[in-house]
Structure formats: C-alpha cells, structure tokens
Design a protein around this ligand. Structure first.
Ligand code: GDP
Length: 304
C-alpha cells in the first residue's frame, strides 16, 4: 500500500543521514519533500500541515551534541510524528462488565463491513468469546446471505430477520432497528459474550441511512461503534469520516483493503482528523487477513 510513499521518504532520508549539521535550508528542503510525498499519497491537507509543522519545529531544535547525528535525529522525529498522527498507542476493544458487549459496524457500502464482521467474530472467538453476528443491513439485496456465509466460515451464528431473505434481487423484509434490538435480546438469552451488528451503507453519504444507523446506535447502546473505511478511498476519506462521526459518533476506526496498491492517504488521515483510534486493519479477503492495529508497527512499515 505505501510502497511509493515509503520509497520517497527513504530517498529523502538518504540525503540527510550523513549530515553533521543541518541548516534551516536543509530542514526546509526536507520538509518540502516530505510534504510532497504525503500529498501525492492522498493524505489530507490539514494532516500534512500538522505533521510537517511539528517536524519542522522539532528539527529546528535539534542539538548537535546528541548521540545521533542531525540527519538520524530527523528520521527519528518523523517516525515519532508518524506514530502520533496514526493515533499514538493502540487501543484495545472495551468490553462490557456484565452481559454482552455490543459492537456496531458502520461505513459506506463496499467498505468491507460484512467481511470485517466475520473476521472480527473469528478473532474474538479465538480469544474465547462467543460472538453472535446480527444482520441489520437490510438495504443491500444479498447482505443477509453474505453475512450468513461469513458467519458459517467463522463458525459463528447469525441472527437475521425472519423469514429471512426472499429472492436475491429483493430486499429482505424488516426494520433494521428492530432486528438489531431483537438480535441483542437473543444474545442476552443465549448468553453470547459479544454481539456484532452489521449495518447498511450506501455508495455515497446518505441522510436516510445515516439516520437509520444513528437509530440503531440509540437502540442497542453499543460499547464500540467501529467505522469501517476502505484505505483506498483517497481524498474522500476526510469528508466520509466526518459525516459518519456526526451521524453515529463512532468510537474507533477499522481500515480495510490495506493489501491494495492504492496510495493509502485514508490510513494516514483518519485518526488525526477524527481523533478516534484506528483499532483494526483488514488486509485481504480471507478470515485471517486481519490485524490489531499498532501505530508504531505501521510507521515502521512506512519508513522501512
Ligand atoms: P460492505 O458493503 O461494507 O459490507 O463490504 P463487503 O464486506 O461486502 O466488501 C466489499 C468487497 O471488498 C468484497 O468483495 C470483499 O471481498 C472485499 N474486501 C473486504 N475487505 C477486504 C480487504 O481487506 N482486502 C481486499 N482485497 N478486499 C476486501
């Protein structure tokens, strides 16, 4: 995903590493190259501004007497600032003290929510939880079927509206808010430790669906609302994330399709813009293509 950005930064640092002293012009030249590399990777403009501003300020304060030479110190600063815009520390899921932990998924259609629902269920099952998947995406004709397939693969039961889906090209019947509530009740009765609620998304931001997601949030009072975003979304990342933040006030972010070869600006923008932590990453279509997100590991991958 970050091959190009990574190459550009490596090239920038190569010119720096040997330097015994850094003039203000050296620093400004470096900052300019970093800025261009980030903008070309589709990182949001305000994020680029914050990032390069912090690096410049710290680089100007570098003292020559330290163990690392000035060039190496700049590399270290960039690494630290990259970790900071990626959210700093990784943040684990919050679990309920009593009763099932409710995790709601929200995001645009095609972002990878349903796929993620299966991966998250699989991950939690491996940790000893007993998840229930709830199909509250009643918008897309075969979303319920898809969740059933995903659940079967993960060996996790799926709660769906009755009598289930009709034809592939027909919308499943039911009210998603009611389905979500019923799913939660079912989880309580059957003592599932976690409920993962999959919700509907459209290709673009849609007021009606956003309201519906907000209603589901109110109805099931989730412990976590995860905003699922395709890392290939590019410059639209900020507008999309902001709309979902207003609509459902998510508590964490999941980046999907990190295995793609797009420029990855979303991955680098969304934590800083929303102030919400990136908690998981999805890196493929298989159940195991899933990682707990660690900002420091992502930063080293980029600066490697
Ligand atoms: P939803 O509409 O948000 O529920 O999205 P889906 O889960 O249906 O995913 C949309 C498409 O993206 C499907 O073809 C998935 O197989 C694919 N997909 C989901 N996550 C990933 C990922 O991490 N990497 C890749 N390469 N494809 C993914």
């Amino acid at each position: 995903m970050f091959a190009n950005l990574s190459d550009r930064l490596t090239e920038t640092f190569r010119n720096l590493r040997g330097k015994g002293r850094l003039s203000e012009a050296d620093i400004d030249g470096t900052i300019r190259e970093i800025r261009r590399a980030l903008l070309d990777a589709d990182v949001a403009v305000p994020v680029v501004r914050t990032f390069t501003g912090n690096i410049r300020e710290r680089a100007l304060g570098i003292e020559v007497s330290q163990a690392l030479n000035p060039g190496q110190q700049v590399v270290k600063i960039v690494n630290e600032e990259l970790i900071a815009i990626l959210g700093g520390e990784s943040r684990p899921l919050r679990f309920a003290k009593n009763g099932p932990t409710v995790i709601m998924l929200a995001g645009l259609q095609g972002a990878g929510k349903t796929t993620l629902a299966g991966k998250l269920a699989h991950h939690l099952k491996q940790q000893g939880h007993t998840p229930l998947l709830v199909a509250a995406d009643l918008q897309r004709p075969n979303a319920v079927t898809q969740l059933r397939v995903v659940g079967e693969r993960a060996g996790v039961p799926v709660f769906a509206p009755e009598p289930g889906v009709t034809r592939e090209d027909e919308r499943p019947r039911g009210n998603p808010v009611k389905v979500a509530k019923k799913g939660l009740k079912e989880a309580e009765q059957r003592q599932h430790s976690v409920v993962i609620v999959d919700t509907a998304g459209r290709l673009g931001i849609d007021q009606e669906l956003m309201r519906q997601a907000g209603d589901i949030r109110k109805a099931v009072e989730p412990h976590e609302v995860l905003f699922v975003i395709d890392a290939m979304i590019g410059q639209d990342a900020v507008a999309t994330a902001t709309a979902f933040q207003e609509g459902v006030d998510f508590t964490g972010v999941v980046l999907t399709k990190l295995d793609g070869d797009a420029r990855g600006g979303a991955a680098l923008s969304v934590a800083e813009v929303t102030g919400r932590p990136i908690m998981f990453a999805s890196t493929g279509e298989k159940l195991d293509d899933f990682e707990v997100f660690h900002p420091d590991r992502m930063a080293s991958r980029i600066l490697d």
